[in-house]
Design a binder for this molecule. Structure first.
Ligand code: SF4
Length: 432
């Protein structure tokens, strides 16, 4: 297999190919030459980014050794080079991290930094396509007609506070499930809560001490039951494609903290229409709350977790008044209720693919007959997360993210791996 060439960047962000060094990758604390071929940088939404305060580590094919690059000269100018990483579009899962030496104390912003290099015909990345469905392709979002769609729905539901909040999400944060509400199609987001009973290290809606700014601003005003029910019923009645509404968006806390109100909102939606799917993205902490929603006909639940190991889960989520055992009870309850169950697996190469971690996750999938795993490349400074994960969890040597996926699919033949929620008409078991 031809290894890609090392990329580096000037302090201004100009990306250069190193004349001789190859691009190693990182898995946990290991630096290695990848044993899988890279793929071309996806042209729809894939980007290269340079990481200030991070020096590139290359592989010297002549000496067979790794080489840290603290300075580089081009056209008579010498400078301290930055690492070049890739940012992937939705539908892909990162398989390796960039090989980097961190020389600055600040944590990087919340992105899923992916190993990149220069291949025979351009930039390449270490990733795997995990969801082929086109309706989440970023080319379908932030289109010229979006503003008109936003204006139209705001005129149609002028007093709806959720619509007002989602206007910001759609036009400023460019959130896909917010935009779907205005496009009137597929999965639409219904943010509902602004408090949470977890303190995730990489929370995307609330900044952690010492951490970078969160990538989303948390919901301020709590939506009313009336507004949630009105917008939910509107979307379920009119949406094209895989009609669905989802509680638990990136801009909010934990929706189960408002379970009784959401159950009432669902009851009102279902009074208007039986159409479409009602889903919740949750940390699964409050089993009683979840049962209220399942009793009201919730048909899909996505549980977020970084590990099926209590110690590693606890270290990342810092749960307030609950534990992984409660999450397992909630998954069991959703199974009993016949809901479609997805796991939102927060993924870090060299952590989740450690054999012990994979086996523990496999056991959970099999025990509760989980329908789908959404592999989510975790958006966090790798150093921050690896410092937390080091020495924690079910252990074992990393087998690789691709091998992790293969093992799960082999041992759970019904299981689907994907990145996006599945509509009512997309939920048949893989082996059916
Ligand atoms: S469960 Fe969600 S909202 Fe709560 S701390 Fe974690 S990422 Fe943030």
């Amino acid at each position: 297999m031809t290894q890609p060439k090392l990329l580096l960047a000037t302090p201004e962000g100009l990306v250069l190919e190193h004349p001789t060094l190859l691009a190693p990758v990182r898995s946990g604390d290991d630096l290695l030459l990848a044993d899988e071929p890279p793929i071309p940088l996806p042209d729809c939404g894939g980007r290269l980014a340079h990481l200030p305060g991070h020096r590139p580590i290359g592989f010297n094919p002549k000496t067979g050794h790794l080489a840290r690059l603290d300075s580089f000269e081009i056209d008579g100018r010498r400078f301290a080079p930055n690492v070049v990483a890739a940012l992937l579009p939705p539908g892909y899962t990162r398989t390796f991290l960039p090989a980097a030496a961190k020389v600055a104390p600040d944590n990087l912003p919340q992105w899923a930094y992916t190993a990149a290099g220069w291949g025979e015909s351009g930039p390449v990345v270490f990733a795997v396509r995990t969801d082929e469905r086109d309706h989440w392709n970023s080319s379908h979002f932030s289109t010229p007609e979006l503003q008109g769609r936003v204006d139209a729905l705001c005129a149609r539901l002028p007093n709806n506070g959720v619509v007002r909040h989602l206007t910001h999400c759609a036009l400023v944060e460019r959130c896909f499930t917010a935009q779907n509400i205005f496009y009137g199609r597929d999965e639409g987001g219904l943010p509902s809560s602004n408090t949470c009973n977890a303190r995730c290290l990489g929370c995307i809606s609330e900044r952690r001490p010492g951490g970078p700014p969160s990538s989303m601003s948390r919901l301020d005003d709590l939506p009313t039951i009336e507004d949630l029910a009105e917008l939910g019923a509107h979307h379920l009645t009119h949406a094209t494609g895989h009609a669905m509404v989802s509680f638990g968006q990136g801009c909010e806390g934990e929706p189960l903290t408002r379970a009784s109100e959401l159950a009432e909102a669902m009851r009102r939606m279902r009074q208007v229409t039986p159409r479409g799917s009602i889903n919740i993205n949750t940390n699964g902490s409050l089993t009683k709350g979840l049962s209220l929603l399942l009793d009201q006909g919730l048909d899909a639940v996505r549980f977020s977790l970084n590990s099926a190991d209590p110690a590693l889960y606890g270290a990342y989520y810092a749960p307030q008044g609950y534990a992984l055992a409660d999450v397992r009870r909630s998954i069991g309850l959703a199974r009993e209720a016949g809901a479609y169950i997805a796991l939102n697996l927060l993924s870090m190469p060299g952590v989740n693919d450690r054999l012990g971690e994979v086996e523990r996750l496999r056991d959970l999938v099999v025990e509760f007959h989980v329908d789908q795993i959404q592999t989510r490349s975790l958006c966090i400074d790798p150093e921050q997360y690896l410092a937390l994960a080091r020495g924690r969890g079910a252990g074992g040597d990393p087998i690789g993210v691709r091998a992790m996926i293969d093992l799960l699919l082999e041992e759970a033949p019904w299981l689907r791996i994907g990145n996006f929620a599945r509509g009512l008409d997309e939920r048949a078991p893989r082996n059916s």
